[in-house]
Design a protein around this ligand. Structure first.
Ligand SMILES: Cc1cc2nc3c(=O)[nH]c(=O)nc-3n(C[C@H](O)[C@H](O)[C@H](O)COP(=O)(O)OP(=O)(O)OC[C@H]3O[C@@H](n4cnc5c(N)ncnc54)[C@H](O)[C@@H]3O)c2cc1C
Length: 524
């Protein structure tokens, strides 16, 4: 009998498994697909071209996990991804890099006032990040409980809030409630700068840059760090699957067993407690504890079954919102794109390339999604990892990852299977407006629609974060009020994926925090 069976070999399930195995428990990970990684996976979709099929950049991965699991020793190498280049339709562009002076000059070219404000804005966001960041590694307190531990956690949070000072307190409340565009309007006047910065406020949500609540998502993405440096994004050598593989290797080295091609049909429940799982092939595997890294809907309505759940909890999970809004187009290229606004293969192609020319463009893209259409001119976040890590493409060739928003899961007309190629054409046409040679250099393309994310990766409604990162679904409300401490109404069944606090992104925090809660129970 296993001590713990972990359902799902995404990076969070693997992280849980690694910590549990290191504590001496007998752990088994069961992954439905033929490969571990979930949404953090590298696959050679076309010979020689290795795509980070879903997630493509890393920043939020917790430094304590990198350290404690010795991920570098297990082969993880993060390469810096420097800069964000935003081409504009009038032939101009905005190119921000980690070179402070270069970026300042570049912003000043658009607005000297914004160049002044940029540093100050960065400092305020770092302060806000410092306040929120420790909550990532904690089990959220339950404000409705009088348990001493929870009250202490609430007290500590309250004390830290008071210590912020009135100016930062106000900034934090604004960040929690405002739209990304309104927040940025308070700081800057350059449209293209605001549009590009606001983009990280909408990722993984079904909201527009002008929707309240998006300022917090902006902060969530701001908090990433590599080796302690705020706001730096990087690429894993070998693609994001290399992160999952390093965590899997750490788990196996600690004694965990990992099986792929092992879909779980349901959790075995006796007298309100999980006692193991049943695989789709009928095999029954007993366990003292079960941890699911599948999303809350898949876990509770798919693997558990509503009849085992209290009515109020089932209602909360039904209300938990997914509303996938993103797709991906991965391109295999014979040559690099050539941007009209900055011709040639310069260093501007080595960072992110953001198709976000104005706030109105971004909001218009959302307008279409609201009425069930994919954006005719979407926001596209492009990365060409082969420029930094040549191992992912044949010599002289390139891979280009295009993250696209909006691609609403629920279409007003037709199905995603009918319009997947038209959707990809729209993305290519959008890029071609800025880099006209793109159509001639595409050798292969992989189109990932929100329906594919659900069918292939098990993400309900194609939500990239296993549920929207909106305030009403965060911290002690994720995934449901009273159930944010990784435990569930089924005894000995835990949630350990990004449907639990602190949510999505290649972070590992839900997996690590959940393992901590399980270990407390085992020690008891
Ligand atoms: C298109 C896209 C782009 C993204 N871009 C980024 C990015 O650039 N940077 C970033 O930080 N984050 C990004 N994300 C988000 C990030 O990838 C996810 O939040 C994260 O990988 C989720 O990890 P997880 O382990 O919690 O869940 P998942 O990766 O969803 O893993 C869950 C696993 O459970 C398995 N499973 C489900 N049901 C069963 C079952 N019944 N039996 C067995 N196994 C099962 C699934 O196959 C899957 O492997 C992106 C996500 C997507 C989809």
């Amino acid at each position: 009998m296993h001590d713990v069976i972990v359902i799902g070999g995404g990076h969070n399930g693997l992280t849980s498994a690694a910590y549990l195995a290191r504590a001496g428990l007998k752990v088994l990970v069961l992954e439905r697909r033929h490969v571990v990684g979930g949404a953090a996976v590298t696959e050679e979709v076309f010979p020689g071209f290795k795509f980070s099929v879903c997630s493509y950049v890393v920043s939020l991965l917790r430094p304590e996990i990198i350290r404690e699991l010795d991920l570098a020793g297990h082969g993880l190498e993060i390469l810096p991804l420097d800069g964000t280049f935003t081409p504009m339709p009038d032939g101009d562009s905005l190119w921000r890099t980690s070179d402070h002076h270069q970026t300042r000059r570049e912003i000043a070219r658009h607005s000297p006032l914004d160049a002044e404000a940029y540093d100050e804005y960065g400092k305020v966001m770092v302060e806000m990040g410092r306040f929120v960041k420790p909550t990532l590694a904690m089990t959220p307190p339950d404000p409705t409980s009088l348990a001493p531990r929870g009250l202490l956690d609430l007290f500590v949070l309250g004390r830290r809030f008071r210590a912020l000072g009135s100016h930062d307190q106000a900034s934090l409340v604004q960040l929690m409630t405002m739209s990304a565009a309104d927040l940025l309007d308070q700081w800057f006047e350059t449209d293209v700068l605001k549009a590009t910065m606001a983009a990280s406020g909408i990722i993984g949500t079904f909201l527009g840059v002008r929707s309240p609540g998006t300022a917090y998502v902006l902060l969530h993405h701001y908090m990433g760090e590599i080796d302690g440096a705020f706001r730096s994004w990087g690429l894993a050598r070998g693609g994001t699957g290399a992160i999952s593989n390093a965590i899997a290797s750490a788990a196996q080295a600690a004694g965990a067993e990992i099986r792929v091609g092992a879909p779980v049909s349901h959790v075995r429940i006796e007298h309100g407690a999980a006692t193991g799982v049943v695989l789709e092939n009928g095999d029954e595997l007993p366990a003292r504890t079960v941890a699911s890294s599948a999303d809350p809907r898949a876990t509770f309505f798919g693997l558990v079954g509503e009849r085992h759940l209290p009515d109020e909890f089932a209602d909360d999970i039904r209300r938990y919102r997914f509303r996938g809004s993103s797709g991906k187009v991965n391109l295999a290229l014979d040559a690099l794109p050539d941007f009209r606004s900055k011709p040639g293969a310069g260093p501007h192609l080595r960072g992110a390339i953001s198709i976000s020319p104005s706030v109105a463009y971004m909001e218009r893209a959302y307008d279409e999604a609201k009425y069930g259409r994919y954006s005719r001119r979407p926001y596209v976040d492009i990365v060409i990892p082969s420029l930094t890590d040549p191992s992912v493409a044949p010599p002289g060739k390139h891979v280009m990852s295009c993250f696209v928003q909006y691609a609403p899961y629920h279409l007003a007309e037709g199905s995603w299977d009918d319009c997947r190629e038209a959707f990809a054409d729209t993305v290519v046409d959008t890029i071609a407006e800025h880099a006209p040679n793109i159509r001639d250099v595409i050798r292969h393309r992989q189109v990932v629609t929100p329906l594919d994310l659900e069918r292939e990766f098990g993400l309900s409604e194609g939500n990239i974060f296993q549920g929207e990162l909106t305030l009403e679904q965060l911290f002690f409300l994720r995934p449901a009020p009273g159930w944010a401490r990784y435990r569930t109404p089924i005894r000995r069944l835990y949630l350990c994926g990004s449907g639990a606090h602190p949510g999505g992104g290649i972070m590992g925090a839900p997996g690590r925090n959940a393992a901590g809660e399980m270990l407390k129970e085992f020690r008891r």
